[in-house]
Design a protein around this ligand. Structure first.
Ligand SMILES: Nc1ncnc2c1ncn2[C@@H]1O[C@H](COP(=O)(O)OP(=O)(O)O)[C@@H](O)[C@H]1O
Ligand SMILES: [Mg+2]
Length: 432
């Protein structure tokens, strides 16, 4: 036996036993004879291993086994085998794994929540912008995106609002330009239209003057007075006619930046339009047949803009019938249908050249015209389309080549919202 100090070996083992993970300790001499041990049974298997001169370790049955030679004066005098139980460690690792797993799940859930929140913050303005672009492309003019942020999307929204403002302005200019073009086309007709009553006025005043020069006032008889009165009445009547024509034309030509929508009767807007366009039809040998609904056709609209639409369509019809023809204008109220509201229908049917099938869906495109330069701008129908869309209506075209064209307009009937009507009445009463 080469180990002398059994006592200190035992003390060392006693000390090591404090470690709760300790599974066994065996101290052997160089001939594998056990010198001291703790729980020998647990570790006896390791004694069967062929050992090297180095410290080695291996894991076996949830134990970390360490075998280390003991040297004295550079000579191996024995070895120490220590087993450490790994089950606590494993449990700890398992516990840590569970915590790691839970923390990961919490991080993932938080991540998803934050991502959803962020994407909502980011996507909401983008969705707002997308919706605004969709409305713009469907023809709506007054669109504003309410985004006050200072980030890129806020800048984009500002640029978008600026663009819709510019679009609105150029659209108004376009409407005005187009209107002036039709006023130009109407000028000859209006001049003619004014010529007749003016001729009458001139004639009656000449008669009157002639009579007065021939007969002094003191010689005037009752009959004379009656004749003069009749002359003056005719002069008044004809002047009134001139005034109506000029007023209507001025009203039509007036540029209005602020387009106010008021309750109006489509039949009377149509009749007002016909006053200044009437002679144009006569000159073009176009027979006008009107078939208007007996009762007033109430809609919410802008009479000036609607007159522009009617004028465009009527002028197109006159131009489509260079050798004369018939223009039938009819109005009626149509009851509510599945997805269409109760509406007023105005149909302009002519017996002109008609529109080829291929052109039917092009006529509402800006600058599409089949007329010679100077005769057509190609803006009449697109401008009319925009105006009717602003009135929440529809404009449709049907045609058979060589037989004529039919333009059908629908505008929703004015339905009086009871609450806003009550408010209006209250306001009126307050001001009385
Ligand atoms: N009543 C109609 N009959 C035949 N063609 C028509 C009629 N109305 C419009 N069109 C066609 O639609 C085109 C576009 O009309 P519009 O937008 O008013 O522009 P413009 O009258 O300046 O050409 C016309 O050039 C014409 O070819
Ligand atoms: Mg036209």
């Amino acid at each position: 036996m080469e180990f002398e100090d059994l006592q200190s070996a035992k003390e060392a083992i006693e000390g090591a036993k404090q470690n709760k993970d300790l599974s066994y300790i065996i101290i052997c001499d160089s001939k594998d004879k056990v010198f001291a041990s703790y729980k020998f049974e647990e570790g006896k298997k390791v004694l069967k291993r062929t050992r090297t001169e180095k410290t080695e370790s291996f894991i076996d049955q949830e134990k970390l086994n360490v075998l280390t030679p003991i040297f004295s004066q550079k000579r191996e005098i024995g070895y120490l085998a220590v087993g450490l139980s790994l089950s606590d460690l494993k449990r700890e690792v398992a516990g840590n794994l569970r915590i790691t797993f839970l923390v990961s799940i919490i991080i993932i859930i938080l991540g998803i929540l934050i991502a959803t929140y962020l994407s909502k913050i980011l996507s909401e303005p983008i969705l707002k912008l997308t919706e605004a672009v969709r409305r713009l492309s469907s023809g709506e003019a007054e669109i504003k995106v309410e985004l006050e942020t200072e980030d890129e999307i806020g800048i984009l929204a500002k640029a978008f609002n600026q663009m819709t403002d510019d679009l609105k302005n150029s659209r108004e200019q376009l409407i005005q330009q187009e209107k002036m073009a039709s006023v130009g086309q109407l000028a000859a007709g209006v001049a003619h239209e004014l010529n007749n009553p003016l001729g009458g006025i001139l004639g009656y005043s000449q008669f009157a003057l002639e009579k007065i020069t021939k007969k002094p006032l003191k010689d005037l008889t009752g009959d004379d007075i009656d004749t003069y009165t009749q002359y003056l009445k005719d002069i008044e009547h004809q002047s009134q006619r001139c005034k109506t024509i000029v007023q209507n034309l001025l009203k039509f030509a007036r540029s209005s930046n602020k387009v106010a929508f008021d309750p109006l009767d489509l039949n009377s807007v149509l009749k007002d339009t016909l006053v200044f366009i009437h002679h144009q039809m006569e000159m073009g040998k176009v027979e006008l047949i009107t078939n208007l609904d007996q009762s007033p056709l109430k809609v919410m609209g802008n009479s000036n803009q609607l007159q522009q639409v009617f004028t465009n369509i009527i002028l197109n019809a006159i131009q489509a019938m260079p050798d004369g023809g018939e223009l039938i204008i009819s109005t009626r109220k149509i009851e509510k249908e599945d997805n269409l509201p109760e509406r007023v229908e105005i149909v302009f049917a002519d017996t002109g050249c008609g529109i080829p099938q291929d052109n039917l869906n092009k006529v509402f495109e800006p600058f599409f015209t089949t007329k010679r330069v100077g005769e057509g701008t190609g803006l009449g129908l697109p401008v009319s389309y925009g105006i009717i869309k602003d009135h929440k209506g529809e404009i449709l075209v049907e045609s058979q080549l060589g037989k004529g064209a039919k333009f059908i307009l629908w505008i929703p009937v004015l339905t009086i919202d009871k609450r806003s009507e009550a408010k209006r009445v209250k306001k009126v009463l307050k001001n009385v």
